[in-house]
Design a protein around this ligand. Structure first.
Ligand code: NIG
Ligand code: ZN
Length: 409
């Protein structure tokens, strides 16, 4: 739908404005003004300035758009049979990635781009205004390059995941060389991040270390899939390399939790300054779909670790773009408060992507929290408070969405 964007927009009569800003402000009977993509004023409805356009929120809640910091959107086909087998007691293994790789390689560039576009739209229509996607279903130079290129056109942040699975018949060491060499060179123009699936059946500690070192030397930010299926070296490697996030984190030793907490020792959460540590990204929809124990979000927060919640949309372990489902699960089953869960799905995701503060990188505005100068990414609910996300599980509560000041829903 095409809409003309007014110079300034006032949203008034907001029942609850959950800013997720550095002061954790939750304002009642609030208003917000944005000019273009920039938030220019936040305060009470009674004190709101005039603007070119006035939107009456009718007492509804407004929160930042979701920041989904972990997804795998560049794929074709689905894995329904594998899911059904799992629901009958089979375990998840990394091997299913090969099935999706075959399906993904078989479609044209235009078909693949169309599939990604549909998923981005599905996410946006539920309030996701900032989205990361990984490659990882190409697994050869040409197919990883095209996955990265297509993703770069359609999502906000692209992560190179050539190290997702060693393709059938390939020698693991030679494939790791390829991931660190020609494949990395090919994707480099399209990506900001690199990731490695450090797990039994995927990449071992030594191979993961090689991938992370090559990516770091190439100037990429780092992320790690770690400790998903059992305790292992993923978290320790992420900490050692200063990765922006380690994702899954289902099986953590006490040492892993302490090591993650230590990475945040030089971060001031009240000012959002200092050195960012490694965000622990919890993926509750994936945990349920693979019948793994939910990541210990409560324990991580209590230990002082910054966490994110992400949907992890992919056809193997988590075929959903619903951040609201993740928030609901985090409250009902991971024992986070509503404010903590929403924060992890907004500010936490932004922190994991280094987009939490204004004009920090590439002159881009901060996302994931509502403050003057930040990007106008807004999610209005069909409810008077964010609590309804957990209180009314499964109900589609998205009323309206603005992305960078443009109304999308
Ligand atoms: N665990 C590794 N990668 C994906 C799943 C990939 C697949 O099974 O297709 C994840 O994050 O869950
Ligand atoms: Zn993943």
């Amino acid at each position: 739908m095409s809409r003309t964007t007014p110079a300034s927009t006032l949203i008034t009569n907001i029942g609850e404005l959950m800013t997720q800003d550095l002061e954790h402000r939750v304002l009642k009977d609030a208003a917000l003004v944005f000019e273009g993509e920039r938030i220019s004023w936040i305060g009470s409805s009674a004190a709101a300035p005039a603007a070119d356009e006035r939107v009456d929120a009718g007492g509804r809640a407004v929160l930042p758009g979701w920041v989904d910091s972990h997804s795998h959107l560049v794929f074709a086909g689905d894995r329904t049979a594998e899911f059904e087998a799992r629901m009958s007691g089979a375990s998840y293994t990394a091997g299913g990635i090969a099935v999706t790789t075959g399906a993904t390689r078989s479609v044209s560039d235009a078909e693949l781009a169309g599939l990604v576009r549909e998923r981005v739209h599905e996410a946006l229509s539920q309030g996701t205004t900032y989205l990361e996607s990984k490659t990882g279903y190409g697994l050869d130079v040409a197919n990883e390059e095209r996955s990265a290129r297509i993703a770069a056109e359609l999502v906000d942040e692209v992560t190179y995941l050539g190290a997702h699975l060693v393709p059938a018949g390939a020698d693991p060491e030679e494939y790791t060389d390829l991931v660190c060499g020609a494949m990395l060179d090919a994707v480099l123009p399209h990506v900001r991040w690199a990731d490695v699936f450090c797990e039994q059946g995927a990449f071992n500690e030594d191979q993961s270390r090689r991938v992370l070192k090559a990516a770091k030397d190439a100037g990429l930010g780092l992320r790690v899939h770690g400790n998903q299926l059992g305790e292992g070296p993923g978290v320790a490697l992420a900490v050692e390399f200063g990765a922006a996030s380690v994702d899954h984190v289902n099986y953590l030793s006490g040492e892993d939790v302490l090591a993650l907490a230590e990475t945040w020792a030089h971060w001031n959460p009240s000012t959002g300054t200092g050195t960012r540590g490694t965000v622990a990204t919890c993926l509750p929809a994936c945990d349920l779909s693979t019948r793994q124990p939910l990541a210990p979000g409560r324990e991580l927060v209590d230990a002082g670790v910054q966490i994110a919640l992400a949907a992890n949309c992919n056809p193997g372990t988590s075929y959903t773009t619903s951040m609201a489902f993740c928030v609901t699960t985090a409250v009902l089953q991971m024992r986070l408060s509503v404010h903590e869960a929403v924060r992890a799905a907004t500010y936490g995701g932004a922190l994991a992507l280094g987009r939490d503060s204004g004009n920090d990188v590439d002159g881009q505005r901060a996302v994931g929290s509502l403050a003057v100068g930040h990007r106008a990414d807004l999610h209005m609910l069909k409810a008077p408070s964010a609590t309804h996300l957990a209180y009314r599980p499964g109900i589609p509560l998205t009323h309206s969405v603005w992305r960078a000041g443009v109304q999308a829903v």
